[in-house]
Design a protein around this ligand. Structure first.
Ligand SMILES: *[C@@H]1O[C@H](CO)[C@@H](O)[C@H](O)[C@H]1NC(C)=O
Ligand SMILES: *[C@@H]1O[C@H](CO)[C@@H](O)[C@H](O)[C@H]1NC(C)=O
Ligand SMILES: *[C@@H]1O[C@H](CO)[C@@H](O)[C@H](O)[C@H]1NC(C)=O
Length: 180
């Protein structure tokens, strides 16, 4: 009797376990995978910047703290097919980045990468991620999407292509999205 009950309990927990495993396996089943490649232009210099500083700390920072800690920058940065500034525009990354490293340079980026041309016109994916921009190669977390990218999750691999004397940056993106 006891043995039978123990057997039943064991069976029940095995069923529960396999149900969770199925859920996990199914989590990516039925999802599409899309890879995107484009270049991101963060233009801070000149008369027509796509990134503007909107806030700095209300008091001067003392000690060995990064002097840009606390800055907030709003962006409407063009996304292009090639690395040149005048390359075909595919869309824009609209949002903000904050300088969030007290001791080491760090950006925290929150932006909607929206497409206005090509097969994904009208769709976008969302990034909310740390972005250690001082490192040439880095990875961002993709946390959502709209349109063709509804419910997207994924990641973006970045490589800085160039940074001008004025601070304008060109960054290559390879994005992998899992979505419905
Ligand atoms: C910060 O330091 C600069 C230069 O020393 C000074 O001119 C400015 O008034 C200070 N700002 C604040 C908010 O204390
Ligand atoms: C993108 O979609 C918008 C809205 O549907 C449309 O007006 C526009 O012409 C499209 N652009 C391209 C390049 O297909
Ligand atoms: C993106 O993918 C291409 C093709 O695989 C590769 O040549 C390039 O180095 C990659 N760039 C990044 C930033 O991952």
């Amino acid at each position: 009797m006891m043995a039978a009950r123990r057997g039943l309990l064991l069976f029940a927990s095995l069923v529960a376990l396999s149900a969770t495993q199925c859920l996990r396996a199914d989590a990516f089943e039925g999802r599409k995978v899309t890879n995107l490649h484009f270049f991101f232009h963060d233009i801070v210099a000149g008369q027509d910047p796509s990134a503007v500083l909107v806030a700095t700390p209300k008091k001067n920072l003392s000690g060995d703290v990064q002097q840009t800690f606390g800055w907030v920058v709003v962006i409407d940065d063009p996304l292009t097919e090639g690395p040149e500034r005048d390359s075909n525009v595919l869309g824009a990354a609209q949002g903000f980045y904050m300088l969030t490293g007290r001791k080491t340079p760090m950006l925290t980026l929150g932006a909607d990468y929206g497409f206005t041309a090509g097969p994904y016109n009208g769709s976008s994916f969302s990034v909310f991620s740390r972005n250690p921009a001082g490192e040439t190669e880095r990875e961002l977390a993709v946390v959502g999407g709209r349109g063709a990218f509804r419910m997207a999750q994924g990641f973006a691999n970045l490589r800085t292509v160039s940074i001008s004397n004025g601070g304008d940056a060109v960054v290559e993106y390879n994005v992998t999205l899992f979505h419905y």
